[in-house]
Design a protein around this ligand. Structure first.
Ligand SMILES: N[C@@H](CCC(=O)N[C@@H](CS)C(=O)NCC(=O)O)C(=O)O
Length: 201
């Protein structure tokens, strides 16, 4: 989702090749694309570029304004993206991303602590900048925040008013809505996390 959103914002033409994970033979398909053996991978001519942040950064060199213009903010945005990729493990583990899910399950303390940390981070950045996004105008940092934002919505995680408005902003973005529409009609089921709208498990 992250580099896909950045690709959409770049307005560069691209085509998608979806590889289903966790089915027999999937790893061989991934390893045939890149040594990383993971998705996403961006094919640029003959070159295969894995990793969401590397792909996003490559796009930022092809198209202006995908990172914040202010150099200090650009550095902070990059560090934040890395943190969002590597950190918040309890939130990621206990609140797996599933756009079809809406629940009010009681979440473990460690997960709520991660969510509170993320909420504070978002709220501070949103207070600091004019505009609707973490660094004012939309940037790669907002693409990286989107998978977390959907978790706040899916698991009804507590958040400040600032973060709540930000969630509404990202989840009403036209590109995000295209991705979400695809998720809604996806035929694969995720029995552990597929509780569609309104559940209170
Ligand atoms: N840091 C990498 C993580 C890539 C990653 O772990 N991708 C997962 C899917 S979200 C994957 O390819 N899993 C397949 C596997 O590990 O076998 C990125 O963001 O691109």
């Amino acid at each position: 989702m992250r580099p896909w959103l950045v690709l959409r914002k770049s307005q560069l033409p691209f085509t998608e090749n979806l590889i289903q994970l966790d089915v027999p033979g999937y790893k061989d398909k991934l390893l045939a694309l890149s040594d990383a053996g993971t998705v996403p991978v961006l094919q640029i001519g003959d070159e295969m570029l894995p990793d969401s942040l590397a792909i996003s950064d490559w796009l930022s060199q092809a198209v202006p304004n995908l990172w914040p213009k202010n150099p200090k903010d650009k550095k902070r945005a990059k560090a934040l993206c890395r943190q969002m990729q590597d950190d918040f493990i309890e939130l990621r583990n206990h609140a797996p991303m599933n756009l079809r899910r809406r629940t009010r399950t009681k979440m473990p303390k460690s997960c709520l602590e991660d969510a509170a940390k993320m909420d504070a981070l978002f709220a501070d950045l949103l207070s600091e900048h004019d505009g609707h996004f973490l660094f004012g105008d939309w940037s790669i940092a907002d693409a990286f925040a989107t998978p977390y934002v959907t978790r706040f919505a899916s698991y009804d995680l507590p958040r400040s008013n600032k973060t709540d408005t930000y969630i509404s902003e990202l989840m009403s973005d036209a590109d995000y809505l295209d991705w979400e529409a695809d998720a809604m009609v996806e035929v694969w089921k995720l029995p552990d996390t597929d509780l569609i709208y309104g559940g209170r498990s």
